[in-house]
Design a protein around this ligand. Structure first.
Ligand code: NAG
Length: 242
């Protein structure tokens, strides 16, 4: 018996030749549903991705994973007080109506720079092992000169001090063009379920002396406690009024 496939068409019909007779057989249906099925799968995957991107900040999580992986392969930084820097460029995603890096994007970039910093000096792993959680309790940023589209910059991150409850971090956006500090941020990284001192001791296997707080940090810390006291007093008043 001489079996030949004469042609396949996009409407998914196979025409087979049995000697001289043309016969259409059931095979064509299977092929059809296979193609329909893969088209459906594709739509499903696209739909799922659309839903994911609409509801989750997918780029944030991907970027976070990338930063962790990147830091993983870089050498450890033994000095906990050392300044570390990572490079960045202003991308279309970062722009606002003014065509420069939007104010909110700076804080996002700072997040990644801090992840990177904590990964490289061992703070991240140590907190994880000690069951501590690092959460941002306060941040203040000062914008000094805007970063333009495609401008290259680096973020320099360093631990400037700590107390019983938190690390204080300074992060600077430095333009690669001329070394100008375009923005500077202070961040209070609260340590929950543990203390900064224990984490540092765990990493360095010895006690580390906290450096003297710079003037701006002292003011900032008093600003935080003044704000906290004011809000506490307010809620105290509200409770009395009830
Ligand atoms: C720019 O920042 C503001 C917050 O100040 C935010 O509401 C807005 O969505 C941001 N725009 C872009 C394009 O990131």
């Amino acid at each position: 018996m001489n079996l030949l496939i004469l042609h396949t068409t996009t409407t998914c019909h196979f025409t087979l030749q049995f000697e001289t007779k043309y016969v259409r057989i059931g095979l064509s249906q299977n092929t059809c549903s296979y193609l329909d099925c893969s088209r459906e799968m594709l739509l499903l995957v696209l739909g799922a991705l659309l839903l994911l991107f609409c509801t989750l900040d997918v780029w944030y999580f991907l970027r976070g994973a990338y930063v962790f992986a990147q830091a993983w392969f870089q050498p450890r930084v033994r000095d906990m007080l050392a300044e570390q820097s990572i490079d960045g460029t202003v991308l279309p995603h970062d722009l606002d109506y003014m065509g420069h890096m939007n104010n909110s994007r700076y804080l996002r970039e700072c997040d990644f720079a801090r992840f990177h910093h904590y990964m490289r000096n061992g703070l991240f792993m140590a907190s994880w092992k000690l069951g501590a959680r690092l959460v941002v309790g306060a941040s203040t940023i000062r914008y000094r000169r805007s970063l333009a589209f495609r401008e290259a910059f680096e973020i320099r991150t360093k631990i400037v001090g700590w107390d019983e409850k938190a690390f204080y971090i300074e992060q600077r956006f430095v333009s690669k063009k001329d070394g100008f500090v375009s923005a500077v941020m202070l961040c209070r990284q609260n340590v929950v379920h543990c203390s900064p001192e224990s984490i540092l001791e765990f990493v360095c296997k010895r006690k580390i002396d906290c450096p003297d707080f710079p003037e701006d940090l002292k003011h900032w810390i008093s600003f935080i406690s003044a704000s906290s006291q004011a809000l506490r007093a307010e809620s105290g008043l509200e409770e009395k009024n009830k």
